[in-house]
Structure formats: structure tokens, C-alpha cells
Design a protein around this ligand. Structure first.
Ligand SMILES: [Zn+2]
Ligand SMILES: [Zn+2]
Length: 133
């Protein structure tokens, strides 16, 4: 995709680094308060950068938490088709990377025959470390 060749803007880089540093997904206000010391003060600057980073597949939005997480592969080929597993106990989010699932969803049509351009899946359960503790 041509988007990916474009170098990131300064704001995009700062925000991407902050999201990558965090193991857990981060909310927009927490991003804003952490990048303020680096000179990004206006919420629209943050939202613009987030939109762009999502579009080029560097980060994903976790809809149920309204938060953002760095792409695990840092080069997702399908930025509008994401799947996550989320732990109900600790809110741990991991990106699912299952070629079988993706292939199934790529061919998936609903009963009316609509073929979909994207999806946003979230699977809920208990993660390994919560299960054993
Ligand atoms: Zn990804
Ligand atoms: Zn857990």
C-alpha cells in the first residue's frame, strides 16, 4: 500500500512510540496527557494522528474499550479487519493472528449476500495468567 511508504509525521511518531511502549491498550486522554510534554497539546492533533496510524495499520482501535493498541506485527495488511482476544479479568488484549480465521472471514457473506470490507472482532475470556492465579 502506498500509504505505508510515507514517513510518519513528528506527531504520529511520538504517539506511535507511546502506544508501542504500553503493553495494554491506551485511551485517547491518556495519550494526550502523556504527549503534552512533547508539544502535542490539542486533542484534534492526537485524533488526527490516531486516525492516520489506524489507516496505515500501525495501531488498531479496541472498540469495546475505546482504546488503542499497537499492531503486533507492526505491519498489518488488513487495518480494517482486526480480531482481538480480551481477558475479562485483567483486560489484557492480544491481537489474533489466525490465517484460518482470516480466510474464513474474507469469504464470508451474510444471508443477503453482502460481502464485507472490514470487521472488528473481539473475543472475551480469561487469559492464561488469570486462569492460573
Ligand atoms: Zn495488526
Ligand atoms: Zn487476564
Amino acid at each position: 500500500m502506498e500509504n505505508k511508504q510515507k514517513p510518519l509525521s513528528k506527531n504520529q511518531k511520538i504517539i506511535l512510540e507511546y502506544i508501542q511502549k504500553n503493553k495494554k491498550p491506551v485511551k485517547a486522554y491518556s495519550i494526550l496527557s502523556n504527549v503534552q510534554k512533547k508539544g502535542i497539546n490539542a486533542p484534534p492533533q492526537v485524533y488526527r494522528a490516531l486516525d492516520k496510524l489506524i489507516e496505515i495499520g500501525k495501531i488498531h482501535k479496541v472498540e469495546s474499550q475505546n482504546s488503542f493498541v499497537a499492531c503486533k506485527t507492526s505491519d498489518c495488511e488488513t487495518p480494517h479487519a482486526t480480531a482481538f482476544s480480551i481477558c475479562d479479568s485483567c483486560d489484557e488484549v492480544s491481537e489474533i493472528n489466525d490465517p484460518k480465521l482470516f480466510k474464513y472471514l474474507l469469504d464470508f457473506k451474510d444471508n443477503s449476500g453482502i460481502k464485507f470490507d472490514g470487521y472488528n472482532l473481539e473475543f472475551f475470556g480469561t487469559c492464561k495468567s488469570c486462569e492460573t492465579s
